[in-house]
Design a protein around this ligand. Structure first.
Ligand code: HEC
Length: 134
């Protein structure tokens, strides 16, 4: 039910925000991504593997083509909410909003979306208009 509502909101947002900012415009800082990396190695890598595949046989689950196809055009607020509410899968809802923003930043960097000057907000309500990628 929650997933459905999120999807409907995302659709409305994506349509309204075609010309708005997207994650390739530098929407997080290097510092956030660096903190996110430490957290990722500690809490996410055991299931998701490295964010960038070093050898082709090891899939980069959160930085590969399939991942980008899943999230392209969807608001970052949705990715933020998904992580905060369901990850780590063995301990959901244990991440703080700031940790979640750091992880989103690290995932964006792992998808080769460059950092910028402005930190990513640690509140999904303030992220709905920023798309993962146009
Ligand atoms: C115990 C294993 C486990 C851990 C630890 C874990 N995840 Fe996951 N994660 C999963 C599984 C399984 C899925 C796919 C299930 C789903 O979509 O609901 C998933 C899906 C995801 C997705 C969506 C992937 C996609 O292709 O759309 C994201 C983003 C994500 N996890 C982020 C994280 C982050 C960030 C952490 C660390 C804080 C984390 N996960 C820790 C098991 C885990």
């Amino acid at each position: 039910m929650r997933r459905l509502r999120v999807a409907a909101a995302a659709l409305a947002c994506a349509t309204a925000a075609v010309a708005g900012p997207a994650a390739q415009d530098g929407v997080y800082t290097e510092e956030q991504a660096a903190r996110g990396q430490a957290l990722y190695d500690e809490q996410c890598a055991s299931c998701h593997g490295p964010i960038r595949a070093i050898v082709p046989e090891v899939a980069a689950l959160l930085g590969d083509h399939t991942f980008r196809n899943t999230w392209r055009g969807r608001p970052l607020g949705e990715l933020f909410a998904f992580i905060r509410e369901t990850m780590p899968q063995d301990a959901p809802e244990t991440l703080t909003p700031a940790q979640t923003a750091d992880l989103v930043a690290y995932i964006l960097s792992g998808n080769r979306l460059a950092a910028g000057e402005t930190p990513l907000a640690d509140d999904p309500e303030r992220l709905p208009h920023i798309l993962f990628e146009r």
